[in-house]
Design a protein around this ligand. Sequence first.
Ligand SMILES: CC(C)(COP(=O)(O)OP(=O)(O)OC[C@H]1O[C@@H](n2cnc3c(N)ncnc32)[C@H](O)[C@@H]1OP(=O)(O)O)[C@@H](O)C(=O)NCCC(=O)NCCS
Length: 163
Amino acid sequence: MSEVVLRPVTAADRDWVRALMREHWGDEIVVVNGHVHRPHELPGFIAEDGDEKVGLITYNIDGDACEVVSLNALRSGMGIGTMLIDAVREAAIAAGCRRLWLITTNDNVDALRFYQRRGFVLAALRPGEIARSRLLKPKLPEIGLYGIPIRDELELEQILTDA
Ligand SMILES: CC(C)(COP(=O)(O)OP(=O)(O)OC[C@H]1O[C@@H](n2cnc3c(N)ncnc32)[C@H](O)[C@@H]1OP(=O)(O)O)[C@@H](O)C(=O)NCCC(=O)NCCS
């Protein structure tokens, strides 16, 4: 029986990370609250089932905060997203971070459920922020999941403890 395992992203994965971001998020950059991230230049973890890559998470540590910049489980409902978040939480704690945070958009109600079920709480709402993101990332679509217009950033966080 196959088993999904995680490993850190390496320089050899950069082209694959770029391609995944373009395919799933429309561009290889991610814009968060006016900041541009390049996931292919960030640390992260890849989930693999044998030779097949089945998930990716990238993150950015700044001071004592760790931001999840991208998360994709390429097979859903099998625990891959949970494994990837857990791996970043551990990396953040090992790096001495006090806060793990991320943003999602108002259309992504599945992600909102996923993160809240994993201990994240809402920390901020930036209404209309995506119009500003579109200036930096013009390929960002107008319409998102479930036909919902993509408008707002929702920031979620969890405070990290060793326990
Ligand atoms: C949101 C996303 C990352 C979740 O990843 P996932 O791998 O489907 O999530 P998991 O499988 O770990 O958990 C989802 C559900 O499946 C259940 N599950 C976990 N392990 C499971 C398993 N082995 N078998 C069946 N179900 C399982 C979990 O209980 C969970 O349900 P819950 O939320 O009620 O607890 C994924 O759907 C995704 O990539 N979405 C598109 C990109 C995206 O929106 N990313 C987030 C951007 S902010």
